[in-house]
Design a protein around this ligand. Structure first.
Ligand SMILES: [Zn+2]
Length: 84
């Protein structure tokens, strides 16, 4: 009986703590710089990615949070990317 619970979580003394089931990730967000056409997408937490041109389009946060920036935000396009 305990063995099946342990496989779902971890054993702490006599208590079995069930881990939260991981939410299935089906989509991710990215930005496209309309100045240089580069699409930037952060794949890891605290991994900031830049487009490389003078507009400095950046995204950060991976799948944990979404933080974005650009010199001129009128020159960015938000994209929702489907993960297969
Ligand atoms: Zn750019």
């Amino acid at each position: 009986m305990k063995t099946s619970l342990v496989s779902l979580g971890f054993l702490l003394g006599d208590k079995v703590m069930a881990a939260k089931p991981k939410k299935e990730i089906t989509h991710h967000f990215a930005l496209q710089c309309l100045e240089c056409e580069t699409i930037v997408m952060s794949l890891q937490r605290h991994s900031m990615v830049y487009c490389g041109c003078e507009n400095y389009v950046s995204v950060d946060g991976g799948f944990d949070y979404f933080k974005a920036g650009a010199k001129d935000i009128s020159k960015i396009k938000s994209l929702k990317v489907k993960i297969l």
